[in-house]
Design a protein around this ligand. Structure first.
Ligand code: NDP
Length: 403
């Protein structure tokens, strides 16, 4: 028996709420609030049609802490699931602290006026959450989220230590648009235009954005160019797997995506500094996001698969020397759409958000303070991945990666 309050009504939220409704034995009472109530109502209508479950909906500006506290007091959830944008992480955490309720998210805090995301702001809440006797679970999406749990599962079951780690995120989907992002365009473009950073010998090494490109043959997708970039789980993995000599994150992008992004960057459309236009300040990137296709509209036309996983090399647990393992999930865009009405990028994030929520509300993951997903037992989460639409495989590779 548990009541959950989900904040945000985009693609990720839509998947998470559908999957919660499909697990009504765990999530007995589902509430959904976002800035635009009509979007909550549309999700609730789809959930009702697909599962018969009622979802209660509300309008909320999650940056208004007193309004959030009032909503939490009214709903009395055991967990607030933040599937709005990274900008709202801190106000929602403030509201949870005041109301004394557990918190979960899928992306770390990012201030609106700086293209910078890191865990420091949220880690700073640890003592206050601990004193309040409540738990914040950070990063329960796919990456961060499943990639972090994959790594910790390898560390629990296959490798005593992990020397090198490569996270490979491939979206082999085709949405039929010249240029579109698969999740929130503003967050996505801020992420890919930031300088690349990887962990090497105890420190982060910064290189220009999209400067290192490697071709990799992805199972079920085929050969794709992937680019080294910074991703937030590198920060938490470097902390919780302290023996890591090197950790890198790679994401695939097609030539068309790179071409469009380069032009948009060159003409200043990805900037986050306000520009005076017709007597009003506008942020170019926010305007660009407003004219790009909405990620939640891409579902009906997207075909192909995602393939996301981790390649880890280290000392084998069984004492057989250095070994390399590749652990991954392959997800089909059309299957994801048929099940929840959303494409696979939202699906691969929304399902782990539901699973992380299930871990917390069932008490399988317990704690007082702020926790990254790497700090919890990977096993029950990995079991639920297999059972709820994101099955994974693990194989031993003959040698470490040489790119
Ligand atoms: P969307 O932009 O589709 O949805 C965001 C939702 O948040 C929208 O409904 C939006 O409202 C709502 N929102 C924005 N501001 C506020 C506010 N002040 N108060 C209340 N609601 C607000 O994003 P996605 O669904 O694609 O992504 C959701 C989250 O998941 C993001 O934080 C993203 O970074 C994260 N993510 C994580 C991944 C992972 O693997 N870990 C992968 C992909 C995404 P409105 O509809 O009015 O705009």
């Amino acid at each position: 028996m548990s009541t959950v309050l989900v904040i945000g009504a985009g693609g990720v939220s839509s998947v998470a709420v559908h999957k919660m409704a499909m697990n009504a034995g765990i999530f007995t009472d589902i509430h959904l609030a976002s800035r635009t109530k009509a979007k909550c109502d549309a999700i609730a209508a789809s959930v009702k049609e697909r599962t018969g479950v009622d979802v209660k909906t509300y309008e909320i500006d999650a940056e208004e802490v007193p309004a959030m506290v009032k909503l939490i007091d009214k709903v009395q959830p055991s967990l607030v699931v933040n599937l709005a944008l990274p900008y709202q992480d801190l106000p929602i955490m403030d509201a949870c602290l005041e109301a004394g309720v557990d918190y979960l998210d899928t992306a770390n805090y990012e201030p609106k006026d700086q293209a910078k995301f890191e865990y420091s702001w949220q880690w700073a809440y640890h003592d206050r959450f601990k004193e309040a006797g409540i738990m914040a679970l950070l990063g329960s999406g796919f990456d961060p989220g499943v990639t972090s749990v994959f790594t910790m599962w390898l560390k629990k079951h296959k490798l005593k230590t992990i020397r090198t780690l490569d996270i490979l995120d491939c979206n082999g989907g085709d949405h039929g648009q010249a240029f579109a992002t698969n999740f929130n365009p503003e967050i996505n473009i801020r992420e890919v235009t930031a300088p690349a950073r990887h962990w090497e010998n105890g420190e982060f090494v910064e290189t220009p954005a999209m400067a290192k490109k490697v071709q990799f043959d992805f199972e079920a997708v085929g050969p794709k160019n992937m680019y080294m970039m910074y991703h937030e789980e590198l920060e938490s993995l470097a902390k919780f797997v302290p023996e890591l000599e090197r950790a890198r994150f790679w994401m695939t992008f097609g030539d068309e995506y790179i071409k469009h992004l380069t032009v948009l960057q060159n003409v200043g459309m990805t900037g986050i500094e306000p520009v005076r236009f017709q007597g009003k300040d506008i942020i170019p990137l926010q305007f660009l996001a407003a004219v790009l296709p909405k990620p939640e509209t891409l579902g009906p036309t997207t075909t192909g698969k995602t393939n996301i996983g981790c390649i880890a090399t280290g000392e084998a647990l069984d004492g057989s020397g250095e070994k390399t393992f590749y652990i991954k999930n392959i997800c089909d865009h059309e299957d994801a759409f048929a099940e929840t009405g959303n494409q696979a990028v939202s699906y691969t994030t929304g399902v782990p958000a539901m699973i992380g929520s299930a871990m917390v509300v069932q008490g399988l993951w317990k704690g007082q303070g702020v926790f990254n997903i790497e700090e919890l037992d990977p096993d029950p989460f990995m079991d639920m991945l297999n059972a709820h639409g994101l099955p994974w495989t693990v194989e031993e590779l003959a040698a470490p990666v040489d790119f």
